[in-house]
Each structure stands twice: as C-alpha cells, then as structure tokens.
Design a binder for this molecule. Structure first.
Ligand code: ATP
Ligand code: MG
Length: 438
C-alpha cells in the first residue's frame, strides 16, 4: 500500500519513539477496493498523552481525547490518531460505559464493527487482517467482527452501518449478520435521529435496491409509517407491484442524491391510507396530499434540514402531474412551478413510471426529450411572470376584487396567457376576467 508522505511521517515518528502504529479502517478498506482513500486514521499503542508528546510542535486537536483520539494537522490534512482501545460494558445499546486502552492491536481490531473495517496496515508489518476482511472485500460480503447478535446489542447503530456499507459497495450481507440484523432491529429505537438521518442518507444514495427489498422490516423500524405499504396490493392497469415494491423500484431508478431518493421513498407512503380514493379505473387520486402530510412528519422527526424538507415535500405533492412533450405543456409547467422545480418534476415523473407495469414504463428517451425541449424553451423564451402581465393588482381591484381574490385572478390570467388562451394585452385580459368572474 502506497501511503501519502504525511501519513508515512506520522507512522514513522510514532515508531521512532518506540510505539506501534498502523493505518486502519476506511483507508485500508478503500485502498484494497482500488479506491483512493479520502482520509487516513491511525491506531497506535501510544497513550493519548504520549501521542501529544510525540507531536509536540504540530497543530493538534484534542476534542476526541476522552475516546483516546488526538487529531494531528499535518500539511493541512487532519489525521486522527487513536490509542488501541477496548470498549468497556456497553450502556444504552449505543455507548460504552468507559473506554479502556490496551497495548495489543488485536484487541483494538476486535472492537471494530465489520471485518472490512478491521484491517490494519503499516509498511513494516504489512496487512494485519485477523478477521478475513480482505477476503470479504474480494467476495463482496458484509460481516460483523465476532458474534453479530452481541455486536448489535452493544451498539445498535452498527445495524445501519452494515446496511450502509452493503449499499455503498453493492455487497451482500453474510447470513449470520443478516439474521442478527432482523432480530435486533428493535435496538434502533436507542439511536438518535441525527445518526439515523445520516445512515439512511448513506443507504439511499448507494446501490440500495436489494437492501430496501430485503430489509423492509428495518426500514419500517425507522419509518413505521411505511408498514402499511409492505404487501399492500394495488393491482390496476398501471401497477403490477405492491406499494412498497413500486416505491423501491422508483428509488432505484432515481439519481443517487438525497433529495431524489428521499422523494421517491416517500412519494406514495400515503397510498394505503388513501385507498378509498380510487376511481373506477383503479387509479388512486388524492394520495399525493396524504403522502405529503405523512412525509412531513417523518422528515421533521428525522431532523432533515428545511431545504431538503421543502424540496422533497414539493416534489411529493406534485409528483402526479401529467407532463407532455409539447411546448404548451412545457410553458405551463415552467410558469406554474418555476424552471428549476419543473425540471425536477420531469425527472420524478420518469422515476415514478420506472416502478409501474411494463406497459407504463417510462421511456427514458421521451423524458430526455421533454427535458431538452424545456431547456431550449428556457433559452429562447424566458418564462412569463406576473410582473410581465399587462394588467396589475390595481387594474383588478378596480373591477371590485379584494384581498386574496386579486392574486387568484392575476394567476388565472397568467396561466391563460402562458397556455396561449389569451393575448397579453390589457383589453383582452380585462375582457377575459369579466367573462369568467363577473
Ligand atoms: P467512511 O468512509 O464512511 O468514513 P470509515 O470506515 O472511515 O468509513 P468511520 O465512521 O469514519 O468509518 O469509522 C472509522 C472506523 O472506526 C471504522 O472503519 C471502524 O473500524 C470503526 N467504527 C466506526 N464506528 C463504529 C461502531 N459504531 N462500532 C464499531 N466500530 C466502529
Ligand atoms: Mg472515516
């Protein structure tokens, strides 16, 4: 393994002072996967105060000191150096009651979560891989270090970490680890919303199709509102899958961003609740509003930012719009939703069709074409806004409109102009309003 010069310097300095030191965890894993490690963690036999002594004169951060971690800033890179650790008894299924230090690398590796995260390396000794992590990486397997039932009982977050790494690399999960995930999923109730948020985002933005399908029970543990969707049949001419099956297919079709994937995960969550709103053709209507309300609660509970929440809720609320590849439809969409959001809705609409019956599958080419025409439209013809309309609020109020009615009337006129139903001149607009409202 070729280490960057600054990491080499850290290992060497610890070594020269009589301590063992290895790179460990994510950086070794990423290297073995042929990826360039983003950051390097170092594990060492030196105690925290000895680390501080060795790196006297360097810029140090000591916020992690009680867990045995000193961060050295070297050539502008922060490197976390942690003393070989043994975790004491775990309390609350999340945190060890105390952190103990040990002179043995093997003890430190034994406390790590997954075999692929428990490999250490330095250039004197080479790889130290006591749990077959390299083999698991080669075969694409996620496996706990030690007894999975016990490891999850100690720290429930590991359940989500296992799923996140499986999703990130498209790995499968070893049987004993997988069984333990299903059996111990209730431990997720001990995990903070912020941690669930970040692990869920990690799971969703990876190769998550199999994870979402095979661990729907875990998803329901963190999003109980999803329960009714599991196994909920919605056979119609549009659908040949359960609601959850459809949801998973649309998530997998979406681009791997948190916004797009969360939108698809939650876009139909209210369908079972709105079942009675089915029309004669077996199509659901009204479910977007119900889904939106449920999604809002979930996003708040899981502490998503207002920015994500607003966009996701907007996309869910409007995911049912019909979009055609003609200029009138495009013009209307841009006027109504704004260019950026309209472009997002086109995509959401496409992802949604990817989860439907084959006859209703989205043709990628069609949606690409709508997107292309929308972009052309935006270049050639800037979208109309209320400002550009040839009547304004006072013109309307002169006709006797007051309060909110004025805005409503103006928006009605804008839509008519955008749709080509009315010319944008004052007389035509006033005539239209008189014919329709007065
Ligand atoms: P990433 O690329 O996501 O940062 P990473 O492996 O570096 O991956 P970290 O969360 O930074 O992940 O943790 C560093 C190492 O600490 C892991 O590789 C693993 O060995 C260990 N670790 C982290 N969290 C836990 C945990 N909850 N239980 C046991 N070991 C853990
Ligand atoms: Mg890391």
């Amino acid at each position: 393994m070729q280490l960057p010069e600054y990491v080499y310097e850290i290992l060497q300095k610890l070594n020269n002072n009589g301590y063992e030191a290895y790179c460990v965890g994510g950086c070794v894993r990423d290297y073995l996967l042929g990826q360039c490690p983003e950051d390097y963690d170092v594990t060492t036999s030196a105690l925290p105060e000895q680390i501080i002594e060795v790196f006297d004169g360097y810029r140090l951060l000591t916020v992690g000191l009680k867990h045995g971690t000193v961060t050295v800033i070297i050539n502008k890179h922060p490197v976390e150096i942690t003393t070989y650790r043994i975790d004491g008894e775990y309390i609350d299924h999340r945190h060890p009651s105390k952190v103990g230090f040990t002179p043995n690398l093997a003890d430190d590796l034994a406390r790590r979560d997954l075999t692929i995260n428990a490999i250490a390396y330095n250039d004197k000794v080479g790889m130290v891989d006591l749990y077959g992590g390299a083999e698991d990486l080669k075969n694409g397997i996620i496996r706990c270090v030690g007894d999975p039932m016990k490891r999850f009982d100690e720290d429930g977050l590991r359940i989500l970490r296992a799923l996140r790494f499986a999703s990130r690399y498209g790995f499968s999960i070893d049987k004993a680890t997988s069984d333990a995930i299903h059996r111990q999923k209730f431990l997720l109730s001990f995990i903070s919303a912020e941690r669930i948020n970040s692990e869920l985002c990690g799971i969703l933005t990876g190769d998550c199709y199999d994870i979402l399908r095979n661990y729907s029970d875990v998803i329901c543990e963190i999003i109980p509102e999803m329960y009714p969707c599991i196994g909920f049949e919605q056979h119609s001419k549009y659908h040949n899958k359960t609601v959850y099956g459809h949801i998973v297919a649309t998530v997998a079709a979406a681009e791997p961003t948190v916004e797009a994937r969360l939108t698809m995960l939650l876009h139909d969550i209210g369908k079972p609740d709105s079942f009675f709103m089915k029309d004669g053709a077996g199509h659901f209507y009204g479910h977007a509003d119900v889904s939106c309300k449920i999604a809002e609660k979930i996003l708040e509970r899981l502490r998503f930012s207002n920015k994500i929440k607003d966009e996701v809720l907007f996309l869910i609320e409007n995911h049912g719009i019909v979009i055609n590849d003609d200029i009138r439809s495009i013009r209307r969409g841009v006027a109504r939703y704004g260019a950026e959001r309209f472009l997002k809705l086109i995509k959401v609409h496409y992802y949604d069709t990817c989860g439907k019956s084959p006859a209703y599958f989205g043709e990628k080419a069609l949606f690409d074409s709508i997107e292309k025409h929308t972009r052309e439209f935006l270049q050639n013809e800037p979208p109309m806004s209320l400002k550009q309309l040839k009547v304004n609020g006072s013109d309307i109020s002169r006709l006797g409109f007051t309060g909110k009615e004025i805005g409503k009337a103006l928006n009605f006129l804008l839509e008519q102009v955008v749709n080509g139903n009315c010319k944008n001149d004052k007389d035509s607009l006033l005539a239209l309003i008189e014919n329709n409202y007065l």
